[in-house]
Design a protein around this ligand. Structure first.
Ligand SMILES: [Zn+2]
Length: 167
């Protein structure tokens, strides 16, 4: 398939342009996210979001307030997931895309990806599910494969950064 960003001819099966890394299903939206970005997003999400939740629950005595905190936390998470995001991805301008539709991942693939998926990538395979990304041309982890997703970095954000550095 021809890439509308750089005119490179790609194979029908390619998810990303082999020349400019654009997401072929929606080239204006973003490019393949780097392993470093993916790693940082993972650290931000697990360290900040989940550790924050756990420490709040730990110091709170009342079970009602504990329940409320958990409820609010998961409601916020739901709002992230609905947009193909989690907190780390939001901060780094990454987005989870559904390879079956070419659009941003909806709530069902996001839930598969974030819960059973990340459990499979982490605990179940001792982290090997994450390492898998290094050996996959689309940087898909095991949880990406299970949810049929890929991760992109928003083009608009990259352009803004480049503008900031060139002026
Ligand atoms: Zn291209």
């Amino acid at each position: 398939m021809k890439c509308s960003t750089c005119n490179n001819d790609n194979m029908e099966t390619d998810t990303f342009c082999s020349k400019c890394n654009s997401y072929i299903a929606n080239p204006g939206l973003g490019v393949k996210a780097s392993i470093l970005d993916r790693l940082l997003a993972e650290i931000i999400t697990s360290m900040f979001a989940f550790s924050f939740l756990e420490s709040l629950i730990f110091f709170e005595k009342s079970p009602i307030i504990k329940g409320l905190i958990v409820f609010v936390f998961y409601s916020i998470l739901y709002l992230f997931f609905r947009q193909g995001l989690n907190p780390g991805k939001y901060i780094l301008h990454l987005r989870v895309m559904d390879t079956t539709t070419g659009k941003q991942a909806s709530i069902i693939p996001m839930l598969i990806r974030e819960f059973p998926g990340k459990f499979a990538s982490g605990m179940l395979t001792l982290g090997f599910g994450y390492v898998l990304a290094l050996f996959n041309p689309n940087y898909q982890t095991l949880h990406d494969k299970l949810a049929r997703t890929v991760v992109i970095k928003e083009t608009n954000y990259i352009k803004n950064i480049e503008k900031a550095y060139s002026s």
